[in-house]
Write a protein that binds this ligand. Structure first.
Ligand SMILES: C[S@@+](CC[C@H](N)C(=O)[O-])C[C@H]1O[C@@H](n2cnc3c(N)ncnc32)[C@H](O)[C@@H]1O
Length: 188
């Protein structure tokens, strides 16, 4: 069940504003919606589950991998508040431009993904990492970008995972089956 804070943050950042005009009228549907370039704005119920698993908190430093339309980045900014830092990273340049235009919080910044690099290590470490594209294994490059007790929520091999770093160990739990666009490997 999504927490009240997650539900409130999702309402505060209206999905419609992050959608291209041709699908904006469908904002209320609990389905992924196309945002161009073969990519999607995630299904609201999935976003709610992922954000609840992430255990966001005010003032957090958070990385949003595959920020797409910018909707999840803006919701993370809402959950973290003005004392937080949201570092969003996206592979498709046009989506970077479009999401920058839609996001109004100055503490949320969208970056271009760099060739050969997953995430944005130079801006880390992060208390929280959200990944909205499907990988084929635990993204160890991102685990390295977590703080000592950081949490990452990421899908791989069709299953949602929650990864918690504690005292040099990594605890991974599974949270049901999901479908996502693929997490692409950026080449050098
Ligand atoms: C499901 S979509 C967008 C999800 C986004 N949270 C939203 O609701 O709009 C996932 C995004 O991940 C991006 N992506 C895929 N692989 C990536 C990578 N290695 N680094 C950064 N972004 C990536 C895709 O271009 C796509 O925009």
């Amino acid at each position: 069940m999504p927490t009240a804070a997650v539900r409130r943050a999702m309402r505060a950042q209206e999905r419609r504003r992050f959608l291209p005009p041709e699908v904006a009228g469908e904002h209320h549907r609990d389905v992924p919606l196309p945002i161009g370039f073969g990519q999607t704005n995630s299904q609201p119920s999935t976003v709610a589950e992922m954000l609840t698993l992430l255990e966001p908190f005010p003032g957090m430093r958070v990385l949003d991998v595959g920020s797409g339309s910018g909707w999840t980045s803006a919701i993370l900014g809402e959950l973290g508040g003005p004392d937080s830092t949201v570092v969003a990273v996206e592979l498709v340049p046009d989506l970077v431009d479009r999401s920058r235009a839609a996001i109004t919080q100055p503490w949320v910044r969208v970056h271009h993904a760099r060739p050969g690099v997953l995430g944005l290590p130079e801006h880390g470490p992060y208390d929280r990492i959200l990944v909205s594209a499907m990988g084929d294994e635990l993204p160890s490059q991102l685990v390295d970008q977590l703080t000592a007790d950081g949490v990452m929520v990421a899908p791989w091999r069709g299953v949602m995972h929650r990864v918690r770093r504690t005292d040099g160990t990594v605890e991974v739990t599974e949270h049901g089956g999901y479908r996502f666009v693929p997490l692409r490997h950026t080449r050098m």
